[in-house]
Design a binder for this molecule. Structure first.
Ligand SMILES: [Zn+2]
Length: 297
């Protein structure tokens, strides 16, 4: 045991220099840091929340999307796309690895107004019917929708359309919107972006318990999940209790996020490393594989 100022004769020579209490504390911090880093999750990621749009193409060309993902250890990815030609070019260069979601927004992003655009469902029906040259659209979203707009008929039409076609719908919204979605269609597969607008473990656990087809991606939540170096216990409990319902994502909503994709993927690996191995593997890859399938990059 390391007590007092007398070096412990049982310790290796390199450690003797840290014999004084302050130095021992420093050594302990270094060792804990090393052990945390050593246990970061090392398996593949299936990113369930990426955007790739014209604003990102100067930073990552379509044929660079696959290599950018592979470089970050992302083996497959859901990409929310507004521009058919761009996503098709990315998919042709990375066959199999990209799962395309139809992003209903028109540039500039009509995040705030789409739910009042009564022509939108018909336009989306036509795009879904037409599909892509590289295959079908595999989901719809991301839809930003908050409690005050939850009774929008446009939202209802899109939700029903997605469900009829067996497509998941990604919603960035309040808990009341999730309640409304399941009031409209109790069997819908809904992906709750960022695990919702109020990321409190109790609340998320309550919603996952209520709605068996609800899944949640943990994009933009790495800071919260890493805490002060350890994953907060209430998050650990939540992710373990619902290990089959969570997904990971970098959420490349900007060109900067595309440039920093490696660092964001690494942050995800760090918090995944704080979970039991089988839980981490499901959240990192297995759950998305079950939902979306797809081939590897
Ligand atoms: Zn997003």
């Amino acid at each position: 045991m390391l007590t007092g100022n007398r070096p412990d004769p049982g310790l290796p020579k390199e450690v003797m220099m840290f014999a004084r209490p302050l130095h021992r504390a420093v050594l302990l911090i270094v060792l804990v840091g090393l052990s945390l880093a050593a246990h970061a999750y090392e398996g593949p990621l299936f990113d369930a929340h990426l955007h790739y749009n014209p604003a990102h193409a100067d930073t990552v060309a379509p044929d660079g999307v696959g290599p950018a993902l592979a470089g970050a250890g992302i083996r497959r990815a859901v990409i929310l796309a507004r521009d058919d030609e761009l996503i098709e070019a990315a998919m042709r260069a990375a066959p199999g690895g990209i799962v395309p979601f139809l992003d209903v927004y028109r540039p500039p992003a009509d995040k705030g107004g789409w739910m009042h655009d009564s022509d939108l469902p018909e336009r989306m029906r036509a795009r879904l019917d037409a599909g892509l040259e590289t295959g079908d659209w595999r989901g719809i979203g991301e839809l930003h929708l908050f409690a005050e707009d939850r009774h929008s008929p446009v939202f209802e039409a899109l939700l029903v359309m997605a469900h009829e076609r067996g497509l998941p719908l990604m919603i960035h919204g309040d808990p009341a919107v999730i309640d409304r979605a399941y009031e409209i269609e109790p069997e819908a597969v809904v992906l709750w972006a960022h695990a919702g607008t109020f990321p409190h473990p109790d609340l998320i656990g309550d919603y996952l318990g209520r709605y068996p087809n609800l899944h949640a991606d943990l994009s933009m939540r790495s800071e919260r999940l890493t805490g002060d170096g350890f994953m907060p216990l209430e998050w650990q409990d939540l992710l373990i209790a619902h290990a089959d319902r969570f997904l990971v994502g970098v959420d490349t909503f900007s060109a900067t996020r595309w440039r920093e994709i490696d660092a964001h993927a690494e942050a995800i690996r760090t918090w995944l490393g704080h979970l039991p191995g089988d839980v981490a593997a499901r959240i990192a890859f297995g759950n998305a594989e079950r939902l979306f399938g797809g081939g590897d990059l």
